[in-house]
Write a protein that binds this ligand. Structure first.
Ligand SMILES: Cc1ncc(COP(=O)(O)O)c(C=O)c1O
Length: 398
């Protein structure tokens, strides 16, 4: 019987030895075999990518990480899922596995800052050139493709500014030119968008965010198709990337409620936006909340839902007053990351003029100097309380 994904996520893991609804946390370096023959046979099975319940050595994972791989494989409709200790590790794994000296990588200008830094600074050390394209212009992307382009790296929507791109067009172009494609899908999660089904070669999520959902675990998930599997496995094994059994357990636990949490994040976000859109001090809301909002059509074309991360644009000559607004919020914590149960706020400085400030700087940036971007993560608190908090603090903006 075909089950819905909601039911699949609730399906208990059968831990036969402990009779628990959850998998055991198997911390392992050594994994024991009865005979040398059994060890050899098992390694052959792993090489042939057969279904296994344990690896041959803890460096590749344990039964707990395999449990998580299997859940994510189903969610992503993937050939394989590589788990890493942080989300960032998953990005590094993809580019370091596949880009080689002389190659070029085309990167959307609005990707997560450290992703930009890997592509531009780290890959440069290996003679791989990064070119950044305007996420609002498919023409710009097309123009920058060359015979050397090995990979197109997209984040959708873009970090902090939330541009949505026409994903099928990118895949179509890449396939014609034999270019590999990577999508950072952390915002949408595979519940709302399945990049591999769209034709991307790699679908990445920082599991630190909505997968875990409780701000207490870190991890990365790189779901791949068959085409890139061998190359990435080669690098994965030799680089020592892995996720611990404890983090895998926490992420499995988080995934049980992914659908329910995302539903609630969305409901709360809609209520908060209903308030924000009436505020004079908020110039723009960067989120696909109404048909006339920027990129709404592209969101609607590809996504089955929206989540709780957005930005608001505040126009003010007094940046200190915007900082005061953020500092004064009582229910929104100030800090990095997002996707947990709690609300967060952070002022993002994206218009940096320092040329090598990749964490912040953008080549394609449509906002003026006196337009400040405050990123909000709308958590699972009562939205009425969040609205009251925002209402109280918006008055500090001058
Ligand atoms: C869109 C996006 N991708 C990747 C990452 C990196 O994930 P992690 O913090 O788990 O290393 C982040 C982190 O904030 C992110 O926002």
């Amino acid at each position: 019987m075909k089950k819905s994904i909601k039911t699949f996520l609730k399906h208990p893991t059968k831990d036969f030895s402990n009779r628990s609804a959850n998998p055991p946390v198997t911390r392992a370096s050594t994994i024991l075999f009865d005979t040398m023959q059994e060890l050899y046979e098992h390694e052959k099975k792993i090489k042939k990518h057969k279904k296994i319940s344990h690896y041959s050595y803890g460096r590749y994972g344990s039964s707990t990480t395999i449990e998580l791989e299997n859940i994510l494989k189903e969610l992503e409709q993937a050939f394989h899922v590589f788990l890493t200790g942080t989300g960032f590790g998953g990005v590094a794994l993809a580019v370091m596995s596949l880009c080689r000296p002389g190659d070029e990588i085309l990167v959307s200008d609005n990707v997560y800052g450290p992703t930009k830094e890997i592509c531009e600074k780290l890959l440069k050390e290996f003679y791989v050139k990064a070119k950044f394209y305007n996420p609002d212009s498919f023409e710009d992307l097309k123009k920058k493709v060359s015979n050397k382009t090995k990979m197109i790296l997209v984040e959708n929507p873009g970090s902090n500014t939330f541009e949505f791109q026409d994903l099928s067009k990118i895949v179509e172009l890449a396939k014609k030119r034999n270019i590999l494609t990577f999508l950072d899908n952390t915002w949408g999660t595979p519940l709302y968008l399945k990049p591999l089904k769209l034709g991307f070669d790699m679908s990445f999520s920082s599991a630190t965010k909505y997968f875990s959902g409780h701000s207490d675990a870190m991890g990365g998930s790189l779901a791949v198709n068959k085409k890139v599997f061998d190359k990435i496995m080669f690098f994965y094994k030799l680089s020592g990337y892995r996720m611990s059994a404890d983090e895998a357990y926490l992420i499995i636990r988080g995934l049980r409620t992914l659908d329910t949490r995302l539903d609630q994040h969305y409901k709360n976000t809609k209520q908060v936006i209903d308030f924000l859109k009436k505020q004079k001090k908020v110039k723009e809301i960067l989120y696909p909340y109404k048909p006339s909002s920027k990129n709404y059509k592209l969101w609607k074309k590809y996504y089955a839902g929206a989540t709780g991360l957005l930005s608001i644009v505040i126009k003010s000559k007094k940046k200190a007053s915007v900082i005061k607004f953020v500092n004064s919020l009582k229910l929104f914590g100030i800090g990095y990351s997002w996707g947990g149960f709690e609300s967060l706020a952070i002022l993002q400085e994206l218009s940096s003029s320092k040329k090598d400030d990749y964490i912040q700087g953008r080549q394609y940036y449509r906002f003026a100097k006196d337009e400040h971007i405050v990123r909000l993560h709308i958590g699972l608190e009562d939205p009425k309380d969040l609205i009251n908090d925002l209402k109280h603090c918006l008055r500090y903006i001058k």
